[in-house]
Design a protein around this ligand. Sequence first.
Ligand code: 26W
Length: 818
Amino acid sequence: MANKGFDKETFKKSVVDNVKNLYRRTIDEATPNQVFQAVAYAVKDVIIDEWIATHKEYEKKDVKTVYYLSMEFLMGRALGNNIINIRARQEVREALDELGFDLNVIEDQEPDAALGNGGLGRLAACFLDSLATLGYPAYGCGIRYHYGMFKQKIENGYQVEVPDNWLKDGNPFEVRRSEYATEVRFGGYVRTVWENGREHFVQEGYQSVMAVPYDLPIVGYGNNVVNTLRIWDAQPINTFNLDSFDKGDYQKAVEQENLAKTICDVLYPNDNHYAGKELRLKQQYFFISASVQRAVSKYMEKHDDIRKFYEKNAFQLNDTHPTVAVAELMRILLDDYNLTWEEAWDVTTKTCAYTNHTIMAEALEKWPIELFSRLLPRIYQIVEEINRRFIIEIQQKYPGNQEKIAKMAIIYDGQVKMAHMAIAGSFSVNGVARLHTEILEKQELKDFYEMMPQKFNNKTNGITQRRFLLHANPLLADWITDKIGDEWITDLSAISKLKLYVDDEKCQHEFMNIKYQNKVRLAKYIKEHNGIDVDPRSIFDVQVKRLHEYKRQLMNILHVMYLYNQLKDNPNLDMVPRTFIFGAKAAAGYKRAKLTIKLINSVADVINNDKSINGKLKVVFIEDYRVSNAEIIFAAADVSEQISTASKEASGTGNMKFMLNGALTVGTMDGANVEIVEEVGAENAFIFGTSSDDIIRMEHDHSYDPMQIFNNDQDIRRVLMQLINGYYAPYDPELFRDIYNSLLNTLSSDRADTYFILKDFRMYADAQKRVDEAYRDEQWWAKAAMLNTACSGKFSSDRTIEEYVRDIWHLDKVKVEL
Ligand code: 26W
């Protein structure tokens, strides 16, 4: 387990020296935050040699590298994870103890690196951890947002967004690499010139920014491999270098400076919703142009034939957000390396691969050509040519079929369709869970699948057990290692050895006792941060994820309202005490999602203050759900809520984190839930609800009639009436009218609730009833919880990455000796 090269005394001295050099203080005068900085720099000291050695090895072996291109990397905190991955947890803890500090307190000083919204960004972070741990050459490429995901405050039950100034004390782990600064150009126009009998295209009158990379170390677990997350920041070019005081130059200089100031300002806080903002497209091109230029330059430092670029490089597009990479690589090959179109297209389509993360129609990126061509004139020309040739291909395959062109063209209806470009420009298109990939092939991307089935493949998501078990749940991690050894840390399939112990009563007790202690830890967190007392002996029933209608937090809280009605009717109702825990951020402009947060908090207010129900029901909304508190939450959950409308959740990854930590799933047959149930057995989960096939069918035939359910089910009717009779908002009875309408669509439109909440409500309530009954049988529950942990082996991102490597990237593993 322990790191042989790590010396505790050297480390202590390094911390003490860092405090002196950074703050002119002795260690006993230092604040916890100053100690955090000093410890982080001391850890970086250890990492840095491995980081250098790794890249030396990559150069020596002339390895193939994957560039994981992503607008989002939801990293969370680095310190604890880095200490774990250099395998110095115990020594660092002791060193700090001896200096008079508690490692947990020091870790809590670090702000989360929240450069992402939710699932897609966190997946990217897990992938980087797995790539480094498996020893694969990889770069993450992204944006150094100055403000990450907003911090959420709850005021009077409402979400308030507070800016996340995560860099204000500096980031001890980052290294600014100004030697790799790269110019990125926007706007202007394209002039055609003839040279040597060939057309050349020159962009003129453009504005530039300087892209400056900051590197963050991605530490592999115990293998000396340190990869790089490269995030680009923008800096103005030549502002004070004006040739004259010409008015135009001055104007341009100011504009360029403003462009540089705004580009990396802030992460767009939208999840699954395309807003079409100009600055967003600027962000996309900014980090893509810089990353692709750098990848090409790096390749050409050691090779001479750009036509073989794909032999040493793969670009993975994390959703459509980085798709402009297809055209940017074409631009560089055509304009800077003078390749023919056919040669350039060959290289590009052997380099790029695309991952789809959602089928939600409102998430599809479609840029108006006016905006796209004005901002990226040369890129737009290239997109037009890609489109022209792609349409010819479609016509050859489907002669005379206009409909195919309308459905598949890259430019159509005045818009550039990024998903279509991603598919045309990639050799691989993958979904993120088996069901999701099937839906892509049979429904959403059917035409593309029929035309080029060889491109399509599935890569079921995964999570890193190093962060979400070893770091998040040290009690359980140690217990597991005690039982079966520590192989599971780098090979999660080994966790199945726990199956030997699931019938052992002593083990069951130990397992549930650890769960209890983790619930005490969460209860303490909730008391400190929300001021609410919760009983760690109650069932902790948890739904934490972005707030979105398709994820149906609303169905969860309606069910809580229903249970409360039952308790009011019968205070002696026999039910196991339950604590319903929510955590969710709503996109700042998503009205109904924000109102749902208000509803949850309003219901919590009433229920938590009602003495007559004997504490059988509690509702908690955890403020500012993020990676760092997620780690505490997953470890403490008994029940995992995965209740999306079937077909809508591409995969889900929270579901896997709960399972790994021994929670039982209440869920629909959606996304990766299907595969989770396949691994653990339907008897060890609580599955309910309309199937994805039936949902998709009802979407087509409009046969769903929520009004009929409302009229025939008096419990449902009563709950819904409480939304509009002031039961939870006496001061404003109309407050939740919009939510009521959304469920019935009485006024707004002829479309019934597209999330089928009333359709699934009864089945959900039944599933929850089964949870209540099952929990009474302590032995059964303990065994089922252990089985969830024991059967979670498939859901390691290590497994996912091995599949990407095998089917898409074809990388070789590297060994780094120090
Ligand atoms: C353009 C606005 C926008 C922003 C983010 C559109 C789409 C997104 C993401 C694709 C949303 C997202 O995070 N999707 C989630 O990706 C996870 C990782 O694959 C899946 O587990 C989730 O099911 C999926 O919702």
